[in-house]
Design a protein around this ligand. Structure first.
Ligand SMILES: [Zn+2]
Length: 387
């Protein structure tokens, strides 16, 4: 029997803790659509300090793969699908939403965008996991580590770049902090770090060799994915380039391979959280370059395919794919479905304020339907992790 409206209105339970739970069991609270089977899953409203409730399901994944296409708007995905001439891995997702990306300014940068997702707070552009008053904000990766979840950070840019840095380090200003971010990494217990930027670890102003220090702490150090062969280390740092990795044409299949290997490594633990960034889709947008966008988009989609294949087999995994913002005010004004040609047009060489899509698959995926702020992603993930 469908509950009466007054019975399903949220009831305040507790006000002492930072997070207050509102309960609305056995109702599809996301859509309130009577056509939706209300018994499909249990859901709750999670009320936060800002009094905004966010919708989550009660099913808890043991493993979470958060994938961020930097600058990946709807048009970037569309361009990828036209060029590929066959469905993207992203098209397999059934739970989809839209995310408002603004920082404390209308148009976010990657640092504030990643900080919102990693910590649940809007902040100023340029902040690496710090609030407006430059207080450090605890990140989802730090919370996971404190609770014995294994964690990983993977990117096709350098690992000290804004998006990955916001998940494990704290800096007031993103510029010129590569060496400081690398040093912060060394005091974490993050199991897997893959991307570019070795010179920030071993060619530093302070003369330290952080890779040698990490090796002493038990990290397997590699400079390309082939170094692993079949080896599954407990902890690893794999940095494929001195600074920024080359674009896809030159760097090849690093991102899908790193996705696969990082999951194999982290899956030795009963719980894991990994953030995987397709970092150069954004650069194609900044360069107003459709070809660059498409190459990076398809590379990222192949990484998504690896994550999905794991999640399908595993059954305890949640995969969430989204973007920090749109880049380029990208549009498609012509092209050819048969040849896969895309005639792109751009309104900007910077980010725009347009909403970005979010896709979810697996345990808890329903939580990501709807239209909401990027900060909600943090609260949804934290709740679903049971932390
Ligand atoms: Zn950008």
């Amino acid at each position: 029997m469908r509950p009466k409206v007054q019975n399903i209105l949220p009831m305040k339970i507790k006000t002492t803790s930072k997070t207050i739970f509102f309960s609305a069991l056995f109702l599809c609270a996301a859509c309130n659509d009577p056509a939706h089977n209300p018994n499909e899953y249990e859901s709750v409203f999670l009320q936060k300090e800002d009094k905004k409730a966010t919708f989550v399901t009660k099913s808890k994944p043991k493993k979470i793969i958060l994938m961020i296409g930097d600058g990946m708007g709807l048009t970037h995905i569309t361009a990828g699908s036209i060029a590929k001439k066959s469905p993207l891995a992203l098209e397999k997702f059934r739970h989809i939403g839209l995310v408002k990306t603004h920082s404390t300014k209308l148009i976010t940068d990657s640092a504030a965008g990643a900080t919102a997702m990693a910590t649940g707070q809007k902040t100023y552009n340029g902040a690496i996991a710090m609030d407006e008053k430059q207080n450090k904000l605890k990140t989802i990766v730090e919370i996971a580590e404190e609770n014995d979840w294994a964690t990983g950070i993977i990117t096709s840019t350098h690992v000290t770049h804004a998006t990955p840095a916001c998940f494990f380090s704290h800096q007031a200003e993103r510029r010129n902090v590569n060496e400081a971010v690398a040093l912060e990494f060394l005091s974490t217990n993050i199991e897997v770090l893959m991307g570019g930027g070795w010179k920030y670890f071993n060619n530093r102003a302070d003369g330290r060799d952080l890779l040698a220090e990490a090796e002493k702490k038990g990290y397997f150090i590699a400079d390309n994915m082939d170094k692993f062969e079949d080896y599954i280390p407990k902890k690893t740092i794999c940095l494929i380039s001195p600074e920024l990795p080359e674009r896809y044409k030159v760097r090849g299949d690093f991102l899908p391979k790193a996705t696969q290997k990082s999951i194999e490594i982290l899956n030795k633990n009963s719980n894991f959280f990994v953030m995987i960034e397709g970092g150069q889709i954004d650069w194609g947008g900044h360069g107003k370059n459709s070809e660059y966008i498409i190459e990076e988009m398809l590379d990222f989609d192949r990484a998504v395919a690896k994550a999905l294949a794991f999640a399908e087999k595993d059954g305890n995994t949640l995969v969430v794919v989204t973007a920090d913002h749109e880049t380029g005010g990208y549009s498609i004004n012509g092209g050819d479905l048969k040849t896969g040609e895309v005639q792109g047009a751009f309104t900007s060489d910077y980010h725009t304020a347009t909403m970005v899509p979010i896709f979810a698959y697996g345990v808890g995926a329903e939580s990501f339907t709807g239209v909401y702020d990027n900060t909600e992603i943090f609260f949804k993930l934290k709740y679903l992790m049971g932390l």
